[in-house]
Design a protein around this ligand. Structure first.
Ligand SMILES: [Fe+2]
Length: 196
């Protein structure tokens, strides 16, 4: 299993470097690697989690976006992940389970992920937490430089809220990332009454 996961990870790393992918020069280093690292730390806190399922989800969760940014929400693109995992030799039961979990992961605005399987909670929380590390928000300003400053601030505010309220569902992440979250909220307009 570790070997298969390694192969899938290598494949995702490769396709992420495609210059047609808007995030190709930073996505592995400053997003996927952080999601993997935080997810593995969470697996230590939750030993009942199936680490293989967690790792497949880590490398799969943005696969559709990497392959075709404009069609990332199409069912066809969702199925590309299933096809690739089966092609690499993952068992059908495992692939069905991971895709079911990915579908749930994507439904965070409709479904309360606090009731989701632990593997989904881990990767969802790690995915959102990773946005609070490194250059993620700074990159957004660069990649959307055509927007006005108020528009940029508003979309980042909405993203911070969605990540915090819907995606981060594990207390360890809420505790560890609270100060980072508040700092980023201030940067997009949530100013305190006093500064001293
Ligand atoms: Fe992600």
């Amino acid at each position: 299993m570790d070997n298969l996961i390694g192969k899938f990870k290598q494949h995702v790393v490769e396709v992420s470097k495609n210059p047609n992918f808007i995030h190709h020069d930073w996505f592995v280093e400053y997003h996927l690697n952080f999601v993997e690292k935080i997810s593995l730390e969470l697996c230590e806190k939750y030993p009942e989690a199936d680490k293989s399922i967690v790792l497949i989800l880590v490398w799969l969760h943005d696969y559709a976006k990497i392959l075709d940014f404009s069609r990332q929400h199409d069912v066809v693109m969702f199925e590309k992940g299933r096809e690739k995992l089966l092609e690499l030799g993952f068992g059908k039961l495992c692939v069905d389970k991971v895709l079911e979990y990915l579908d749930l992961f994507e439904k965070k605005m409709e479904v309360d992920l606090r009731g989701a399987p632990i593997e989904v909670k881990i990767v969802s929380s790690a995915d959102a937490a990773s946005h609070l590390i490194g250059p993620f928000f700074a990159i957004y300003y660069k990649e959307n430089a055509n927007k006005t400053i108020p528009e940029l601030m508003e979309s980042n505010y909405n993203k911070l809220k969605k990540d915090w309220d819907r995606k981060i569902v594990l207390p360890e992440i809420k505790d560890a990332f609270k100060e980072r979250h508040e700092l980023f909220l201030e940067q997009v307009g949530d100013f305190p009454e006093k500064y001293l």
